[in-house]
Design a protein around this ligand. Structure first.
Ligand code: FME
Ligand code: ZN
Ligand code: ZN
Length: 405
């Protein structure tokens, strides 16, 4: 190989901006939102986008960029992404998680590479391409960069959708995050399960570990947790065997999970302690009636006199019905052009889309990550440069298609 051909190719600007964004440590629980806002405002300037920083909660800025459409009578398209990322266990990473190194095979390794800094950059770089082609879109685009999604979105999208700043956006439809796909396909999330986090507290009498102490806090708690676990088993069976109406196996988003994630009890082997606690992470499928489900859980807890405290609960939002939105046709035709399959599903966890759908803004969760293992929240999260660059062209067509309806 001649020295000339060995020379590294000039990096695509989209990749450079992606890697710069990944290097900003917006990692929970102390995200560098100031650094992030500085990066985003500069980036908006570069692309001649209007840019506004809104601080609805102190220290948690939200950045709104706008590319005005030619037809202001149309409702706008919201291109949403969260700016924060989840913590890392650095010792399990083969490369530093906030340096965005590019390996020889093109893999860009960093926390947030999949979840979801790639998506924010795709919106921006698609706009850059459209501007280079002198394209004008009918609908106004608003890029919303929101904080705190990873810790529940309460100081982020939840307060934002209730604000006058959001109202001013005149939102008609939104794009938000999806998940990676191992196949040559993209997931398209049109709804999601509702999180319900519970703390269960059982009380009893104390005494010597050799006796039948009644009532016993641990006994009461475990008997109650048995119900959650039995329900978990039955839902797992459904997931294994049930088919949806189109004959395809149902997916995780279609069943309800009741996982016991925290256990706290006891001080010493021979002491029966007076209190035991558990944390449960429940994810309620969109088909479930919340009132009935809550009643069932209340009865489980009441049987053994266990107190139940809600840490957070989302009361559900209507899913976005694919056939009701022309944006669905756009997704299908753009996917066809890019020779990629689309797999519509219910998102198994929670995203900011739930707050949008709840106030009546239809939303699709999609991340153009194909042929890649799902590594969100995992060690060694990465996205390959070529997959990323194909994503830019996908978003050029997706955004222009949706904004020219
Ligand atoms: C339920 S609020 C926390 C939101 C979080 N979202 C992504 O992982 C989740 O646990 O689904
Ligand atoms: Zn995310
Ligand atoms: Zn996440």
């Amino acid at each position: 190989m001649s020295p000339q051909s060995k020379k590294a190719k000039v990096e695509d600007i989209a990749v450079t901006r992606f890697r710069e964004y990944l290097r900003i440590k917006t990692v929970q629980p102390t995200p560098d939102y100031a650094g992030c806002t500085a990066f985003l405002t500069k980036y908006a300037k570069e692309l001649n986008l209007e840019c506004k920083v809104v601080e609805l909660v102190k220290g948690k800025p939200l950045v709104i960029m706008t590319w005005k459409g030619t037809d202001p009578s149309q409702k706008s398209l919201i291109l949403n992404s969260h700016t924060d990322v989840v913590p890392v266990s650095e010792e399990h990473w083969d490369n530093p998680p906030f340096e965005a190194v590019k390996l020889d095979n093109g893999d860009i390794v960093a926390r947030g590479a999949q979840d979801m800094k790639c998506v924010g950059i795709w919106y921006m770089e698609a706009i850059r391409k459209l501007q280079q082609q002198n394209k004008k879109l009918k609908r106004t685009l608003h890029l919303t960069w929101v904080p705190d999604e990873e810790i529940g979105g309460h100081d982020g999208m939840m307060v934002f959708v209730k604000s006058k700043e959001f109202k001013e956006l005149n939102a008609g439809f939104a794009l938000d995050e999806g998940l990676a796909n191992e196949k040559n396909a993209f997931k398209l999330y049109y709804g999601e399960r509702s999180p319900w986090w519970l703390t269960l507290i059982a009380k009893g009498n104390a005494g010597h570990g050799s006796k039948f102490i009644e009532p016993s806090a641990t006994y009461r708690l475990l008997k109650t947790l048995d119900k959650f676990l039995a329900f978990r088993d039955s839902e797992q069976k459904r997931l294994e065997f049930e088919l949806s109406h189109d004959g395809k196996p149902i997916t995780l988003g279609d069943v309800t999970t009741t996982n016991v994630t925290i256990l706290k009890a006891g001080v010493q082997h021979n002491v029966v302690h007076e209190e035991a606690q558990a944390g449960v992470d429940i994810r309620i499928a969109p088909t479930v009636n919340h009132k009935e489900f809550e009643q069932m859980v209340k009865e489980w807890c009441a049987e053994y006199d266990v107190e139940m405290k809600t840490v957070q609960k989302f009361d559900g939002a209507p899913s976005t019905i694919l056939s009701e939105h022309k944006e669905w046709q756009v997704v299908q035709s753009v996917a066809k052009k890019h020779k990629v399959d689309i797999e519509p599903e219910i998102f198994p966890a929670a995203t900011d889309s739930r707050f949008l759908r709840q106030i009546g803004v239809p939303a699709f969760g999609i991340s153009a990550i194909k042929n890649t293992p799902v590594l969100l929240h995992d060690h060694n999260e990465y996205l390959n440069e070529n997959v990323f660059l194909e994503g830019v062209s996908f978003y050029v067509d997706l955004i222009s298609g949706m904004a020219n309806l």
